[in-house]
Ligand binder design. Structure first.
Ligand SMILES: C[S@@+](CC[C@H](N)C(=O)[O-])C[C@H]1O[C@@H](n2cnc3c(N)ncnc32)[C@H](O)[C@@H]1O
Length: 244
């Protein structure tokens, strides 16, 4: 992707779609390393907590879907659980990200696919996850509707995403970290000029947890609940696919 001084296309549309695709293509080789550094190695714990909410134990031989799967960390977190005998389809529209996940789990099948047009029939999956993906979709509601479409009625959908802590002074500290530290470290390690400005920029416009809950309901999910981790910096939403 060409380096640009244009404003980041945070508001959605095709410009966002193409920007996101270009950024993740460029940073794929350094993505895992940067996750470990920038989260101080806590990102694995967040993914564990998300998978804990999926209730996969109800159908351990089932077929699950991980959306915006990236380098397969979240898909592998489920697929490598003791007692899990099913499969996880890991969908992402950036093949270099999927390729970085090779070898993380034999039960994960990568699928180069756009979340907004999933190549799966209605009611295919026993459960689904999406980690740090919803914020990157050019059309949030279309993505949530696709997730609902491919899930079986009663199946769980777990959404892991950044949010902004409410409690001061942690909020102020965290916003300073996002504004000053994260983009600099990201720039040095990824060698990409704007990729790590994208995270704080896209977070600014992303719905608060209660609003995201309303989007999930509008897309066909019920029993929506959420809780936060890391002092409110990360949210996990849990939603159940309602019968059509
Ligand atoms: C921040 S990464 C998250 C990766 C992984 N889920 C994790 O937990 O680390 C966001 C991923 O979403 C993917 N993505 C964004 N929009 C997408 C879309 N419309 N369809 C498929 N993948 C998409 C990007 O390619 C990128 O790999």
């Amino acid at each position: 992707m060409p380096i640009t001084d244009q404003p980041l296309p945070v508001t959605g549309g095709l410009a966002k779609h193409e920007y996101v695709r270009g950024v993740f293509t460029d940073i794929a080789p350094r993505y895992d390393l940067l996750n470990r550094i920038l989260s101080l190695n806590t990102d694995r714990r967040w993914r564990r907590r998300a998978v804990d909410q999926l209730h996969w134990e109800a159908a351990p031989a089932g077929t699950y879907l991980d959306l915006c799967a990236g380098t397969l960390d979240l898909a592998a977190e489920l697929a490598n659980r003791a007692g899990f005998t099913g499969h996880v389809i890991a969908a992402d529209f950036v093949p270099p990200m999927l390729r970085r996940g090779a070898g993380k789990s034999a039960r994960v099948a990568p699928a180069a696919a756009d979340v907004l047009r999933l190549p799966f029939p209605d009611g295919t999956f026993d459960g689904a996850t999406i980690g740090f993906g919803v914020r990157n979709l050019m059309d949030l509601d279309a993505g949530l509707r696709e997730a609902a479409r491919v899930l079986k009625p009663g199946a769980r959908f777990v959404v892991l995403e950044f949010t902004t802590p409410r409690w001061q002074p942690f909020r102020a500290m965290y916003l300073t970290y996002l504004r000053l530290v994260l983009p600099r470290v990201g720039r040095i390690v990824s060698k990409h000029r704007t990729a790590y400005d994208w995270l704080p920029a896209s977070m600014r416009l992303f719905p608060e947890p209660a609003q995201l809950g309303a989007h999930l309901q509008a897309a066909g999910f019920g029993a929506v609940e959420w809780h936060t981790l890391m002092g409110g910096a990360v949210a996990i939403h849990i939603a159940v696919r309602m019968p059509a």
